[in-house]
Design a protein. Sequence first.
Length: 708
Amino acid sequence: MKPFERPSQPLALVVDDDPVVRAVVSQSLVRAGLRVREADCAEQVLEWVKDERPDIVLLDVVLPGMSGFDACRRLRSTANFRHVPILMLTSLDDVESINRAYEAGATDFIGKPINWAVLPHRVRYMLRASETFGALVENQAMLYDAQRIARLGSWSWDFRTGANEWSDETFSVLGYAPGEVAPGMDALIQRVHPSHRDAALGYVRALGAGERAAEASYRLELPDGQIRHVRVHSDLRMSDDGDVIGALGTLQDITESKLSEERIHRLAFYDGLTTLPNRRLFMENVAQALNRARRHNRAASVLSLDLDNFKRINDTLGHSAGDRLLEAVAVRLRDGLRAYDEVAYGEGALGIARLGGDEFCILLNDINQFDDAAKVAARIVRSFAQSIVIGDNELFITASVGIAVFPNDGEDPETLLKNADAAMYHAKSQGRNNYQFYGRAMNARASEKLAMEAQLRKAIERNEFEIHLQPKLDLRSDRIAGAEALIRWRHPERGMVLPGDFIPLAEQGGLIVPIGEWVLQAACQQSMTWLQAGLPPTPVAVNISGLHFRHRTLLSTVAKVVENTGLPPQLLELELTESILMEDMAATLATLRSLKGMGLRLSIDDFGTGYSSLAYLKRFPLDALKVDRSFVKDMSAAADDTAIPSAIIAMAHSLKLEVVAEGVETQEQMAFLKERGCEYAQGYFIGRPMAPKQLTAMLERSAKSAPN
Ligand code: C2E
Ligand code: MG
Ligand code: MG
């Protein structure tokens, strides 16, 4: 049974020495739904209540032995009996007896002769009242518990007498034992941390002066050095005439919630890895800085920083090394900016943030001019000159930084950050490891790029593309053994545009697929034309962009072009770069096998500039390897830089690949390559990329001169 739940039938104890009265009273109570016990003297009652607690006692005043008054008094002093209703039955209806009955602790009395109609109602009423009272007591106990758990104390202050009352919990919250000090504002102020003391005093004074004070929070410092946070709520007490006569309120220990609030704040506004502010906080800081700059008519700047080689380190050394590196970068940035930061922000490096990945941002507040931002950016870029050691690895990293200055490059945080990013990408395109300003020049470049992309979209239908062909010489027979198709854009205003200036743009805009298809078609058509003109079969090589290679239509396009032009497939060669081949090698292998299955030739372009896995090279069905121009260029007897090309040629042969040397510009280079057994050479020395008509003439000459 729960502590305050009663059995459904309340128990009444009827005490009267007159058996007739007892019987009639009992009967009327039983009829009213009560259980009854009877006693004929007070002594018997006192004995019983040691084990049992009735819900109500009906007690005759005049009893043999101990009187009803004395019995009542004794019952009241018994534990458990304080709140049990006691109804005195008395024929003494003088004022004095009535007073005595109440003084003895009686709840009510009823006169004899008893009014039988009234008695059950009176008893029921008293039971209900007692039940309500019991619930009240229980509620109070619960309230007390709740206050203890919530660390909520209550207090009151009587302005008329100056008296203060505190609940036990108020003492406890303030770190006093109950009753240890006289409750009052002095004892309260004593516990307030010095940094909050003036504010708390102000609060107390205002309250004492009858001002309605809002709620407030203060920091406490207890004698043992513990720091706590409390929140005070107060309200004024008014007399009936409307005069302020005091105040009352609560005092709550909010240390826990304050701490979790701080934790939540940390999670919401800081990067967990580096503990730097995150994007949200950074943007807020920028917004504030811009407001200040606006008011004081000053400049401010946002720097966007990206590590140049983070992805590679992350991929090769693993994510946890990557994380350590980011932490180290955060420390480096903090150190680098300390001198600046302390002036601008005081304690804590508010100016740096990590926006995610290897992207960091820096806010420069209140700067004088562009120069200030450039100085900081230069210092940051320089600070990476020193390697970072993570575990056993010494890592060399560089950073690219973009700068946007308020108000020139943007008037709100988003625009500034966007433009700082654009400047950062520009820094990357300028060879990384440097900083760049966002500026009019960049703006111009961006809009030029947009215009060019729009023109590029229309270039196919306007028939502005052409292919130029560069001959490939067979070093064994000294005959033209093929040609590489190189695209050109005959721009209506700019004239001839080289692929380096529009292929990246076409890749970004998704135009590379239709352009690649156009080149395939034009190249195959050309080779077919030679064949039909009776020239010796001359293979044509087409460069394939990585995006096109991975595109789902590549295989069907190639098949269609070969079929439509009627070109024998072995006269079409596709050139793929190392980086294309080494990405997603399983898919690469499948595509290469399908192309090979159609009868095409496949070669690897610009070899030596990327990273190749020999194991995969061996598995890929390739026919030729093109040694990158940079190795051929360095090759001369004087420089004696022949080790690499020699090694590449030897390796290619061991993999059963033919070798094409690119960028052959001198007789000397060609002689050397021939000597090393290189099969083909391509380069200005043999022939520049030229219009198809010219190459046709060259092929005709070559065919005539050759012995049949
Ligand atoms: P690539 O495939 O390595 O083509 C060779 C590039 O080197 C050509 O530049 C060519 O003009 C140049 N070259 C040839 N011999 C010499 C030489 O002796 N000395 C020097 N200094 N350069 C020489 P181009 O035509 O500007 O093409 C550049 C790159 O653009 C090509 O490099 C290729 O990757 C890409 N490309 C060209 N046409 C296409 C195309 O139709 N589709 C795709 N996806 N890419 C193409
Ligand atoms: Mg090529
Ligand atoms: Mg090449």
